[in-house]
Design a protein around this ligand. Sequence first.
Ligand SMILES: [Zn+2]
Length: 371
Amino acid sequence: MKRRERAMKWSGWSLHLGRIAGIDLYMHATFPLLFLWVGLLYWVQTGTLGGILFGLAFIAVLFFCVVLHEYGHALTARRFGIGTRYITLLPIGGLAALEKMPKDPKQEIIVALMGPAVNVVIALGLFIILSISGGWAPIDPEAPLMMPANFLQSVLFANLFLAVFNMIPAFPMDGGRVLRAALTFSMGRMKATALAARIGQTLALGFGILGLFGNPFLILIAVFIWIGAASEAGATELETQLRHKPVSRAMITDFHTLAPYSSLSHAVGLTLAGKQKDFPVLDGSRVVGVAHQTAILRGLRDYGLEGRIADVMSEPLTADYRDDLASLLEALQQEPEARLVCILDRGKLIGIVDMENISEFLRIQAALRAA
Ligand SMILES: [Zn+2]
């Protein structure tokens, strides 16, 4: 049997645990703190090594269920043709970084629901196992819920809690996405996001007030929801600023182009002489591709200075000059490789736009508003 090298690698604050079903699984550096905290909690409550071990085993199994929950989202998204960049374990739960959210609200609802559905299925499975084996322990209202009385029973209740908790209708919970997608049917995505964010913040306020009089854990949840709602509303705010602004207002009109038969050395010369890193490729007056700097550098390594642009160019991303900047930004974000959009007027190239232009445009708009 061949042994594969399995060195654990750090990426920023996250440790790479492995690649499962084609998705990289990471653990955030703060994640072990949770085990430390749970160990401490059980030591205080039970004072025995057995108690501590139970606590640690319990939280390990629980987070295995959290990983399955995230794969529920990721693998459902894959069915709709959407990839997942990575899954990270945080002390507060898991996070599946989807490349994008489905545009179709029906698909978004299904992707959001398939996480909690995994926890419901696990709980159902445990319910059946416990019922068949007669392993139900009597629930003692005096004793803490998560005690060694019955391990499987504790895991079952925890999964039910995860399903219910994630269905709270507020960002960043799955319930928030379901709510937003459901509202989208009647009022459009932007209004739906704003309303969902408002509902989330109202809920957060409620949790916060409840937390002041009861369980301090609720205050933590309130802060978490408040931040989630604010960031989602912020993303919509950005979209609003770019909506109905034609791309022609942000495009560069002074730029260089290349031909498919141009040599890589010509592209290098243009890059060194100016600021442009990515180039539209024209065959006559027709846009046939885009040569990105990364591809040009890769081409230099593979073909040398005499390599041709045709060997390194990729499919062009194009937009009409009357399209609005919001849809252009969306197109750019959906193609992680693309960095440049070719702007056309009746099929003829009249300008280019990249992320830098868009942020410059936003800075200028902000300055104008402040004036
Ligand atoms: Zn989820």
